[in-house]
Design a protein around this ligand. Structure first.
Ligand code: DC
Length: 259
């Protein structure tokens, strides 16, 4: 079952895709700490679109696997966990807060942001079976369009036909600074900047070199380096792109097939 309203997404492992009409999709990809979440949320609010943080879904499965104490090499068991996990995502009512996440009914919003989950999520996200399950759910959520989806592979694999594709990046140093500020704002104990930068570079390496849907800029994505840009400037660029595409290319609806 999949249901969504402007601020609520409810998903499980099954979906049936057919040839359907949909509204435009904005895909925002890029490495950790480039500002994707903040930008995605603001763009969605301005344009009245749904938004989806797909990283939260990979984090949810990682948490479930860690809790069960499953060996990361046991791909069959991890696949089973991913297939059985019911992930629900809600837009937070509070600006700049991450999406509220429920796993099988339990609120895991904070639990998926711990250093332990962050350190292990790339290994789980590298598993083909996990990606297959979550990508199907993401495609089901976005099949009607009108959504801003952020992740690593949205423009390359989840919605390769997204009308607006952004590859958001920033220097590792800048991203470490932002990550530290975010952690402090969320009441977490933040490591020093050198440690955070090393972690970010390592996560980039793992996400970019994996076999399945690695982090890479889609050929037709617009590269936006956010070093020295304000959030408002980045948001304005994306909103403008969306509006231009809606005016020029979109005749209200297009046919889109997901399989
Ligand atoms: O955006 P984030 O840091 O919460 O993402 C957590 C991890 O999930 C990240 O290291 C890579 C992975 N991920 C992915 O492989 N594909 C996505 N579409 C989103 C996230």
């Amino acid at each position: 079952m999949i249901s969504h309203s402007s601020n609520h997404l409810s998903i499980n492992a099954t979906n049936n895709q057919t040839n359907i009409s949909r509204k435009p999709i904005i895909a925002i990809d890029g490495p950790a700490g480039a500002g994707k979440s903040t930008v995605t949320k603001q763009v969605a609010n301005i344009l009245g679109l749904l938004f989806l943080d797909t990283g939260a879904m990979y984090r949810s499965i990682t948490l479930a696997v860690l809790r069960e104490g499953i060996d990361f090499g046991d791909q069959a068991k991890i696949q089973e966990i991913a297939a059985q996990s019911k992930i629900q995502l809600f837009a937070s009512a509070i600006a700049d807060q991450p999406m509220q996440v429920l796993l099988n009914g339990e609120d895991i919003t904070t639990a998926i942001r711990t250093p332990e989950v962050t350190a292990n999520v790339s290994a789980i996200a590298a598993q083909a079976a996990v990606r297959e399950i979550l990508v199907k759910q993401q495609q089901a959520i976005g099949r009607s369009g009108g959504v801003v989806m952020e992740g690593r592979d949205i423009g390359t694999h989840v919605f390769p036909d997204a009308e607006v594709k952004i590859f958001l990046t920033a220097s590792a140093q800048e991203r470490a600074k932002r990550r530290q500020a975010d952690m402090i704002a969320q009441g977490q104990i933040a490591p020093d900047l050198v440690t955070l930068e090393q972690e970010i570079v390592e996560r980039d390496r793992q996400d970019s070199t994996r076999d399945h849907a690695p982090l890479t800029q889609a050929e037709d994505a617009t590269l936006v380096n956010t070093d020295g840009l304000t959030i408002e400037e980045v948001v304005a660029v994306i909103v403008k792109m969306y509006e231009t595409i809606c005016e020029t290319k979109f005749d209200d609806k297009v046919n889109y097939k997901v399989d």
